[in-house]
Design a protein around this ligand. Structure first.
Ligand code: MN
Length: 325
């Protein structure tokens, strides 16, 4: 995805709060649609006071909806994009020659390194049912200046989580990183997890966590209760902080949640439009290079002159974001 909006960075004068457990329910928000009509997008991350969960820095849900998706070539730096379709298929092309269709159960992982460009279309010439999660992972210093890469994985490990009442177990698909001893084949550059968890009606399961990682639970379908304390649905992200070795998740009706987590990220980041960096000047340079059609971002085969122009920079200097919760 390309971001359809840009947000001015908020300077933080306050020190970062200490680590530890949290139980903080944050609302996802509808994204202003800008130039793209007919696409409904809700954003769970970043939040004003929560720029990152581990290395995860962005989470959009687009759909469910009938739409003709035409996201023309646009650039990324400093991140990995994770596309996880729920309904429908997405056609991905990029500047390193990838030309693939991604569908339910398959993870598309694009690593920008110092620069890549890509396009995303729905299949066919008319609106189709589409629903997907798009997530971004901030790359660490050791990888963010490197070469772009692309992976597609059809076979993800499934973890079975027993129901406390002896009923049908829940199942977790490990999309990225590591969960309960199972490791996704997708390449991660920092210790993290992204897992989709399906819970049958009436089930209650325990999710094993790592105390040194921070976590969040996002509602995908239905409603789930975490530690008998907070209820998560598709409109919410529940931030759990660090310092937990497990959580209990219980549902009345069947539900699907997405678990995000990871080692707290090494750096504060500057995020603007489709770029993740560490300073205002880096972002300005990337923007200028995209506008100048620099070789840094290559060309996406199969496209002519169509491309997404960079929005204007805000009048203020972009600053690094810090967690304030
Ligand atoms: Mn994109």
């Amino acid at each position: 995805m390309t971001r359809l909006d840009t947000d001015a960075a908020v300077a933080s004068e306050e020190p970062t709060p200490s680590d530890g457990p949290r139980m903080l329910l944050l609302e996802s928000r509808e994204v202003p649609l800008g130039g793209v009509r007919g696409m409904e997008v809700h954003r769970s991350l970043p939040q004003r006071d929560l720029p990152l969960v581990g290395a995860w820095c962005f989470l959009d849900r687009f759909g469910p909806q009938d739409t003709l998706m035409r996201v023309e070539p646009h650039p990324h730096i400093g991140l990995q994009t994770v596309t996880w379709p729920l309904v429908g298929e997405i056609y991905h092309r990029d500047s390193i020659g990838s030309d693939v269709v991604v569908s339910r159960g398959v993870v598309n992982l694009m690593t920008s390194g110092a620069g890549i460009s890509h396009s995303e279309y729905s299949i066919g010439e008319g609106p189709i049912p589409l629903d997907a999660l798009q997530l971004w992972i901030a790359l660490p210093e050791s990888r963010r200046h490197g070469e772009p890469a692309f992976e597609r994985h059809e076979h993800l490990p499934i973890v079975t989580l027993p129901d406390a009442g002896g009923g049908r177990p829940a199942e977790a698909a490990v999309v990225m990183g590591e969960f309960a001893g199972a490791v996704s084949p997708a390449t991660a550059y920092t210790p993290l997890v992204g897992a989709e968890i399906f819970l049958p009606a009436g089930s209650r399961v325990t999710l094993p966590l790592r105390p040194e990682w921070e976590y969040a639970v996002i509602g995908v379908e239905g409603e789930a209760t975490v530690d008998a304390a907070a209820s998560v649905d598709r409109g919410h992200l529940l931030y759990l902080g660090t310092g937990r070795d497990a959580i209990d998740v219980a549902v009345d009706e069947e539900a699907t949640v997405f678990l995000l987590g990871g080692e707290p990220f090494e750096d504060d980041i500057v995020m603007w439009w489709n770029f993740v960096g560490r300073s205002h000047d880096e972002i300005v340079e990337a923007r200028e290079e995209w506008e100048a059609e620099s070789a840094r971002f290559g060309r996406v085969p199969g496209h002519g002159a169509e491309r997404v122009p960079a929005p204007p920079l805000p009048a203020v200097r972009l600053t690094r974001r810090r967690r304030r919760v």
